[in-house]
Design a protein around this ligand. Structure first.
Ligand code: MG
Length: 258
């Protein structure tokens, strides 16, 4: 009986497929279509006023995370005030104070962030202007001075740290400003904590594509393999790296939630 039912189901599916095969589309004959039949008028994309190209301001719907004045959008890792040094419209890492993170938490987003390695930078490999942008507090996009500075390629500027080597090295020399535009899609988790949809990221550095919608395989560990840890919305974390080189600076940071 069970066999009979299964055969009946199989037959039904086969007929369905076959019927689909005989009638491949319900759409009108393209030769009889008019232009308006493939044009949509709703939903209408919202109006976003772009930033001013001369002053490098944020788009109208962006959340400004640093506008040159203060770090009120940021805190220390423990929740207290962010104690990095604000001066001359920028802020500089204070290595004694540890990482800072946005007070607001985010899911998927478009992030714009500018950073500058000081002209007098010293050190080599990973100990030369090391910082990083952690997406949802979990996944590091490396910041490092890779202008004439060799290191392991999956740890160079714009890498998904120890996971994905960037497609190019687009570093400006120390003393000049670098721009990251990062488009990040947050993961979706299964009940058991594994990824149902893994996180993905696109990284553009100074207008050059470094990561092209790359799958992030888990946390970006210094030692060991990526780990998948279930999480929700998270902050942007900026890394205070322990290397002894001169600290880097940031300016003009904004984010658009997607
Ligand atoms: Mg780093």
């Amino acid at each position: 009986m069970k066999k009979l039912i299964l055969s009946a189901i199989a037959l039904t599916i086969a007929v369905g497929v076959s019927a689909q095969g005989q009638r491949p589309q319900q759409q009108p004959d393209p030769n009889r279509m008019r232009p308006g039949m493939t044009e949509f008028y709703t939903p209408v994309p919202k109006v976003v006023t772009p930033g001013d190209i001369t002053t490098n301001s944020a788009p109208s719907d962006a959340i400004v995370l640093f506008d040159g004045k203060d770090l009120s959008a940021w805190s220390g890792r423990g929740g207290g005030p962010a104690e990095w040094d604000v001066h001359d419209g920028v802020f500089t890492v204070n290595k004694k104070k540890g990482d800072i993170q946005t007070r607001q938490h985010f899911n998927s987003f478009q992030l714009h962030i500018e950073w500058c390695v000081p002209e007098n930078i010293t050190g080599e490999s990973q100990a030369r202007g090391n910082s990083g942008v952690f997406l949802q507090g979990m996944y590091e996009i490396q910041i490092l001075d890779c202008y004439n500075n060799k290191t392991y390629t999956n740890g160079q500027t714009g890498s998904i740290y120890k996971q994905s080597t960037p497609l190019a090295n687009a570093m400006r020399k120390p003393g000049e400003w670098n721009v990251y535009d990062i488009i990040y899609n947050a993961p979706v988790f299964n009940a058991d904590g594994s990824y149902r949809v893994p996180p993905t990221v696109t990284v553009i550095h100074n207008g050059v594509l470094l990561q092209n919608n790359v799958i992030i395989r888990g946390t970006t560990e210094y030692i060991g393999h990526p780990q998948v840890k279930k999480h929700g919305a998270g902050p942007i974390i900026l890394q205070s790296h322990g290397d002894p080189s001169e600290p880097i600076s940031f300016r003009n940071i904004w984010i658009r939630e997607l």
